[in-house]
Design a protein around this ligand. Sequence first.
Ligand code: UDP
Ligand code: MG
Length: 149
Amino acid sequence: MDQTFVMIKPDGVARGLIGDVIARLEGKGLQLVAARLEKLPEKRVMEQYREHLEKPFFPSLRHYITSGPCFLMVWEGKNVVPVVRTLVGATNPADAAPGTIRGDLAMDIGRNVVHASDSPESARREIGIHFSPDNLCSYRRADETFLYE
Ligand code: UDP
Ligand code: MG
């Protein structure tokens, strides 16, 4: 099964949105296989956002991401990477469609509640930054035969 990395950022944690985000992904039919609440060390923030290190917004992004604990998760499901990106919505919450996490729950690009991997390659890389293979739980959802044809 495909896997992706999803992280509720410090604004989402501080605003009490962990349960809402999890409920949306669980309700869709995705399966949570790892989770941890943690204040990210600088080193892993740099690895996580390596493609943005030279961007003008990186200093404020780094400050924001390390301003409090994040809730780190690995989710599993068919085509989970694009499925989660669709549920998360556009990077700028002002452009994010209603019904999406950012469309429903956020106002500003610099406070957009969640991170989700943008490709299967990024997902593998990002999961590897934050989790070891023995952190990932293997089990079956009881409704699996009703979720998949
Ligand atoms: N970001 C920002 N200002 C920008 C662009 C991005 O603060 O102009 C932050 C924002 O938190 C975003 C993250 O940097 O979620 C990573 O940017 P990316 O383009 O990868 O967006 P995402 O994949 O999160 O939708
Ligand atoms: Mg991105």
